[in-house]
Design a protein around this ligand. Structure first.
Ligand code: ZN
Length: 69
């Protein structure tokens, strides 16, 4: 199982069409209280944990969730 982190910085310089993503093996993270902070290599902002499933992403409750189109 992997935990995905995404850059939520609005003006990130990541050249891709989506947000910068980075996945970590859950074994290397241990638990939510002992997670290593990851930073975006493009904008140097802290990466935020992404929803486990895109289906769980609800724009009404997740401000960082982009509506799928
Ligand atoms: Zn970024």
């Amino acid at each position: 199982m992997q935990t995905k982190y995404i850059c939520t910085h609005e003006h990130c310089s990541y050249p891709g069409s989506t947000r910068f993503e980075m996945s970590f093996k859950s074994e290397s993270i241990m638990d939510d209280n002992n997670v290593a902070t990851a930073f975006c290599p493009f904008c140097k902002k802290e990466l935020m944990p992404a929803p486990a499933l895109t289906m769980d992403c609800d724009p009404r409750t997740s401000p960082d969730c982009s509506p799928m189109d």
